[in-house]
Design a protein around this ligand. Structure first.
Ligand code: PLP
Length: 448
């Protein structure tokens, strides 16, 4: 397969290979390029996006399954977002000054998420989580721990990354915290209590350590896990209410994707704070938290800087709530709200693609773990169907998933490497049929 890929890429992607070589001289890392867990000899450099497709710098047209890791729920170059961006670009991008669109967006977000009273703007999902944790620590000033679930990703801040990636430690039922990468202060790791999502022991750990817990942070549905564990979320909600521990849902990916009001709307479980990002920026950088006033008010100034220092959390961000991100985000959110059929369409398309991919593996007798739900997918090859993140991590054949991703490109599909994949409203049934055909042909090539 390596020989095939080397030949295919050198023939079809000379500009991308040259750009990658150039990039090595100036660019250490960005989201797609050479992150330490999957350095790629087969780079993608995009020239432009159109609907469900990306056109790369060599003119290859690929059906895109990344959706930019989430924001592009309407597809690339969608008129709704583009027109909003063009209009506001002409008036300059107002930031660090008040404007009406920021208030409109705050009202839209608060209205979308049941039980939330107020919003705080930021520039990314990572920043949303930072804001959320700081507010919760202000609410519970004597508490030492943030509780988080093993394998749940909450952006790249020190604490958010604890036990979120490829390194795990301790028992499955009772994990030990481990730094997400080098450069993480040990005290941040020590101040994190890691539990296993949807495991009964996690509830005991929270109860046993209640006085020391500033908040419980989790993805209410891990992107690509395919299903919502409603009972577990309800149990967590009850426990956190009983113990007065803020429950924080990270809906950076799922907010406005699984449903307009996120997982919490589908599950009927209301957290105290919700972290948002991705779709709410309409393709531009944006993040926000929404939540209950008794916590979010702790970010509002008292009007006295000395009192603020004693009582309030500082929530920063020069570009937070900037004019263009608000305009693009508002336009997309209004479009989603006015067109609920988009969500039904995504559900139908997800079912179609799931069924075809599952059948493709079954017919070939392959041990494939495909999870799919609400326009989000993940695929791995494993001999044992995993119950928890720990088992999924330990059992998966990452080389096979990587090979699949690279091979798919030679069939006109961009499937992100070692990452869940997503579809958008712009994907047609024909596009998905093409993806499924490509998948079958790649499985045959890998099998051979
Ligand atoms: N939370 C979740 C669940 C995410 O998937 C991500 C990013 O993929 C983040 C937070 C961080 O968001 P950002 O990359 O915008 O900082």
């Amino acid at each position: 397969i390596r020989d095939y890929l080397d030949a295919w890429y050198s023939q079809n992607c000379p500009n991308a290979l040259a750009l990658r070589q150039r990039a090595k001289g100036s660019l250490v890392a960005s989201t797609h390029l050479d992150r330490y867990f999957f350095p790629s000899n087969y780079p993608v450099f995009v020239e432009h996006g159109a609907g469900a497709r990306i056109i790369d710098v060599d003119g290859n047209s690929l059906i895109d399954l990344s959706c930019g890791y989430g924001p592009n729920i309407l597809g690339y170059g969608n008129r709704v977002a583009v027109e909003a961006q063009q209009k506001t670009a002409e008036t300059t991008n107002i930031n660090a000054l008040g404007h009406a669109l920021e208030v409109d967006l705050a009202e839209t977000l608060v209205e979308a998420f049941p039980g939330s009273d107020l919003a705080v703007m930021s520039n990314s999902g990572t920043e949303s989580v930072i804001h959320a944790l700081r507010l919760c620590r202000t609410y519970r000033p004597r508490a030492r721990y943030v509780v988080k679930c093993e394998g749940h990703y909450h952006g790249f801040s020190d604490q958010a990354m604890v036990s979120s990636w490829f390194r795990v430690k301790g028992e499955t039922a009772d994990p030990e915290p481990v730094a997400g990468c080098q450069g993480t202060p040990q005290d941040v790791v020590d101040n994190t209590r890691v539990v296993q999502f949807n495991h009964p022991r996690s509830l005991e750990v929270i109860r046993e350590n209640a006085a020391d817990i500033a908040c419980v942070l989790l993805e209410p549905m891990q992107a690509g896990s395919g299903k919502i564990e409603v009972n577990y979320l309800k149990q967590l909600r009850e426990l956190c209410t009983e113990l007065d521990i803020p429950l924080v849902f990270d809906e950076v990916v799922t907010g406005f994707r699984v449903a307009y009001g996120g997982v919490q709307t589908l599950a009927g479980v209301v957290p105290d704070v919700t972290c948002l990002g991705k779709i709410m920026g309409g393709g531009l950088p944006a993040g926000a938290i929404v939540g209950k006033s008794h916590i979010l008010e702790l970010g509002r100034t008292t009007g006295d800087p000395f009192r603020d220092y004693e009582e309030r959390a500082f929530l920063g961000g020069t570009m937070s709530g900037n004019y263009q991100s608000c305009a693009a985000g508002l336009a997309v959110l209004r479009h989603l709200k006015a067109n609920p059929a988009i969500y039904q369409g995504l559900t139908d398309k997800t079912a179609y693609l799931r069924d075809r991919l599952t059948a493709a593996a079954a017919v070939r007798g392959l041990n494939m773990n495909l999870k799919a739900g609400y326009s989000m997918f993940s695929v791995s090859f494993t001999h044992k169907m995993p119950k928890h993140f720990r088992e999924a991590l330990q059992g998966a054949n990452f080389k096979a998933t990587l090979a699949l991703a690279y091979l798919m490109r030679s069939r006109g599909v961009y499937m992100p490497e070692l990452h869940g994949f997503l579809i958008s409203d712009a994907h047609s049934m024909d596009d998905l049929a093409h993806v499924a055909d490509a998948f079958e042909s790649c499985l045959d090539q890998m099998d051979g």
